[in-house]
Design a protein. Structure first.
Length: 257
């Protein structure tokens, strides 16, 4: 049995489908009651209160923890603690956690939270695997969608780069780790196939949307977190194992839309 938290989310959704297609006994955690569908058994549970978590975890040999809230970062650590405590009560299931490249080096609030959860898992006594990846294509797509709604010139920060990765490819890797059974502790980092500047990404986005807007990169930003991003601690060019490019993602997404 494999339990996926955040099973209906951006990553959890494709992950549960892949596990079900592989014939696994897949269970998803949701805040609302749901009927079994597409090979997934659903459990109602709330990681903020602990309600229903013991019942969801019962019998799980592997837990893939995808649930996260970047807009309310303080919730992630207590949620992970509740999940770990429940897992301990149920035995010693393999706990797999999805994290982000650079969380230990960039003092950005969400990254600090992800790193704190990593440390909780490492110190939990449970068999574990932590997979760090670069940001999904969907994040810069969302940011650029917001920027293009503002009239006039699109202004971007200086010196920022990204290495976006396809969420489906990350789901495939998590499925492999879950089905393998044994813990890998820190799995190899996983990055997208290319490192791009913010300007390159914005211009590709505009082309895919058929928009004509001037782009400028004069915006100076300061602080330790920005220095970490400019230094490239969130990049992993030595592990550029992803295959789907930013342009391919844009062409498919915005042609479909």
């Amino acid at each position: 049995m494999i339990l996926v938290t955040g099973a209906s989310g951006t990553l959890g959704g494709p992950l549960t489908r892949l596990l079900a297609e592989a014939g696994a006994d897949v269970h998803g955690l949701s805040r609302r009651a749901r009927e079994p569908e597409d090979g997934v058994t659903w459990h109602k549970g709330d990681l903020s209160t602990g309600e229903g978590i013991d019942a969801a975890v019962a019998g799980a040999e592997t837990i893939v923890h995808c649930a996260s809230d970047p807009f309310h970062t303080r919730r992630d650590v207590p949620a992970a603690r509740l999940l770990i405590e429940s897992a301990r009560r149920q035995g010693a299931p393999h706990l797999i956690y999805i994290s982000i490249v650079g969380v230990d080096k960039i003092p950005y609030s969400y990254y600090r939270t992800k790193y704190a959860v990593e440390r909780l898992i490492e110190e939990s006594g449970l068999p574990y695997t932590i997979l760090r990846t670069t940001q999904f294509h969907t994040l810069p797509d969302m940011v650029l969608n917001v920027l293009t709604k503002i009239p006039g010139v699109i202004v971007l920060p200086k010196g920022l780069r990204d290495q976006p990765i396809d969420v489906g490819e990350v789901a495939e890797r998590l499925a492999q780790l879950a089905l393998a059974g044994g813990p890998a502790r820190r799995a190899d980092d996983m990055g997208g196939p290319e490192v791009l500047t913010a300007e390159e990404m914005a211009r590709a986005y505009l082309r895919a949307r058929g928009l004509r807007r001037p782009v400028r990169v004069p915006l100076p930003l300061f602080g330790k977190a920005i220095r970490g991003f400019r230094t490239g601690h969130h990049l992993t060019p030595g592990h550029a194992v992803g295959e789907r490019t930013w342009r391919q993602f844009l062409d498919e997404r915005h042609t479909r839309l």
